[in-house]
Design a binder for this molecule. Structure first.
Ligand code: SF4
Ligand code: SF4
Length: 60
């Protein structure tokens, strides 16, 4: 299963990951990205590539 790390210091709440993820794993909470239902992640890395602040790391 993929592990999704979000660096909350780098995240500015732009919402690009929410739009990029085909599995709807991201939501914004208090203007920071949060990952839910991580077990449905397909490891496509669209979120990591699409984050303008390099705040997301997908491993696994
Ligand atoms: S794309 Fe990056 S900066 Fe934008 S909300 Fe997601 S984690 Fe935060
Ligand atoms: S790797 Fe793909 S499926 Fe997994 S959280 Fe990122 S965009 Fe969503």
């Amino acid at each position: 299963m993929a592990d999704i790390q979000i660096d909350k210091q780098l995240c500015d709440g732009c919402g690009d990951c929410v739009k990029a993820c085909p599995m709807e794993i991201f939501l914004l909470k208090e203007e920071k990205a949060t990952a839910i239902n991580v077990e449905t992640c397909m490891d496509c890395e669209l979120c990591e590539v699409g984050c303008p602040n390099l705040a997301i790391k997908v491993t696994g």
